[in-house]
Every structure is written in structure tokens, then in C-alpha cells.
Design a protein around this ligand. Structure first.
Ligand SMILES: *Cc1c(COP(=O)(O)O)cnc(C)c1O
Length: 219
């Protein structure tokens, strides 16, 4: 599918949900994709990208930033505290704040640097053991804790369990955000971004539908 088609589908989903045009931002998830495919999407004028590993992003994005103006890069994967400083230098937003230890580290570094990327808290809506994120029952307290640390929390993020109906998870995330006064909702991927938009997504993270299937994901 082309970038243009995805943009059209997003616009249609916005209209169907009665939401203003442009209210949903498209994060093109470029992890593991060959440089030529990423460059092709940059050449078409797209500027917002997501990566899920600090190391990989550090390897490929400085050169793209030099070559293309206005690139925005978001971290959407787990962040180890020992890579937090590097991540803050590299990314314009971090959508995977998922535990108190990381929040405290980010807060300390934000003080030191006098700046902090925009932050989203990842909620493990499916309560999956292998998945990162704050449990729904602990989300309110963690959001408050981040607020007390003066972190710039703009919203919440989730990755629903693959075998479940994503709509229930998107609705749960929207509910937690609303009761905590947060406006950002990072939810929806290639297979379900229209559903996410219907339920209020402000950021959709679309990879394979734009770039094609990924080669085996390294872990
Ligand atoms: C890889 C990834 C995506 C994109 O997934 P696709 O199904 O290829 O659209 C979205 N969000 C996160 C957190 C990812 O790691």
C-alpha cells in the first residue's frame, strides 16, 4: 500500500468519526526497513517516523536528518534506563514510558538538560506478562507520579494483544486518558488504525502497510 493510500484512509476515518481533518498524526514506523524504502517515503514529503530501538535509530537517522529538513523521530519501543540520555538526544517524543524507574531517570535528565521530549505513557491494556507497560489498575497513580516529577506527559499508548479485538483496548486507553485529563492517544497499527481513529487516536503507528512487510524482526 502506498503512503498516499494510507493518508486517504486516515482522512476518511477522521471524517467518519466526525473529527477535524489533520487531527490524527501518522507515525511511519520504519524499524528494520531498508534505507531505500525509508528514503522513498521521505522523498514523498513525509517527516514523522517511529523506531522501536535506540541503537538502530542512532545508526540510521542522523544521516536522514542531515539530508531532509523537518524530520521528527519518535521512540515507540522499550527504553532501558542506561539508554535514556541517548534517547532524549535522538528522539522528539518517547511513547513508551512504562515504569517508575524510567520516569525518575527521565525526570533527572530533563532537569539536567533543561529539555525533555514529549512523553506518552505505555499502558499494558491486555495485562500481558511479556508486554511492557503500566497495568490499567496502576495507571492513574503512575500518571500522577509522572506529573509530580514535572514530566511533560502528553498522552497514553497501547499495543493490544494480537488475538483480541483491539477496539476494547483502544476504548479502555481512551477512558484512562480522559479521566486523567490527557489528550494524546497513540494507538492503532497497520491492521487496525481506522478502528483506533474511531475511538479517538491522535497518533497512529503504521509500519508494514506503508513500507511493506519487515524482514524477520531482530530481538
Ligand atoms: C512495529 C510497531 C508498529 C507498526 O506495526 P505494523 O503492524 O507494521 O504497522 C507499531 N507500534 C509499535 C510499538 C511497533 O513496535
Amino acid at each position: 500500500m502506498s503512503l498516499e493510500e494510507i493518508r486517504t484512509r486516515i482522512a476518511t476515518a477522521e471524517a467518519e468519526a466526525g473529527r477535524p481533518p489533520g487531527s490524527v498524526r501518522l507515525i511511519a514506523v520504519s524499524k528494520v526497513q531498508p534505507d531505500a524504502r525509508v528514503r522513498a517515503v521521505l522523498d514523498q514529503g513525509h517527516r514523522l517516523f517511529g523506531e522501536n530501538r535506540v541503537q538502530e535509530a542512532a545508526g540510521k537517522w542522523p544521516a536522514f536528518r542531515d539530508a531532509f529538513e523537518g524530520v521528527e523521530l519518535y521512540l515507540i519501543g522499550p527504553l532501558q534506563t542506561n539508554k535514556a540520555r541517548q534517547a532524549m538526544d535522538l528522539f522528539d517524543a518517547i511513547h513508551s514510558v512504562d515504569r517508575p524507574k524510567l520516569a525518575k531517570t527521565l525526570a533527572r535528565l530533563a532537569q539536567e538538560r533543561g529539555a525533555c521530549p514529549e512523553l506518552f505513557i505505555q499502558v499494558n491494556t491486555g495485562e500481558e506478562e511479556q508486554k511492557a507497560g503500566i497495568l490499567p489498575a496502576e495507571a492513574d497513580a503512575f500518571i500522577a507520579e509522572c506529573g509530580a516529577l514535572d514530566l511533560p506527559i502528553a498522552g497514553l499508548m497501547c499495543i493490544p494483544p494480537v488475538e483480541e479485538t483491539p477496539a476494547l483496548h483502544f476504548a479502555l486507553l481512551a477512558k484512562i486518558a480522559a479521566r486523567n485529563g490527557l489528550e494524546g492517544l497513540s494507538m492503532g497499527m497497520s491492521g487496525d488504525f481506522e478502528t483506533a481513529i474511531a475511538l479517538g487516536a491522535t497518533h497512529v503507528r503504521v509500519g508494514s502497510a506503508i513500507f511493506g512487510e519487515r524482514e524477520a524482526t531482530p530481538r
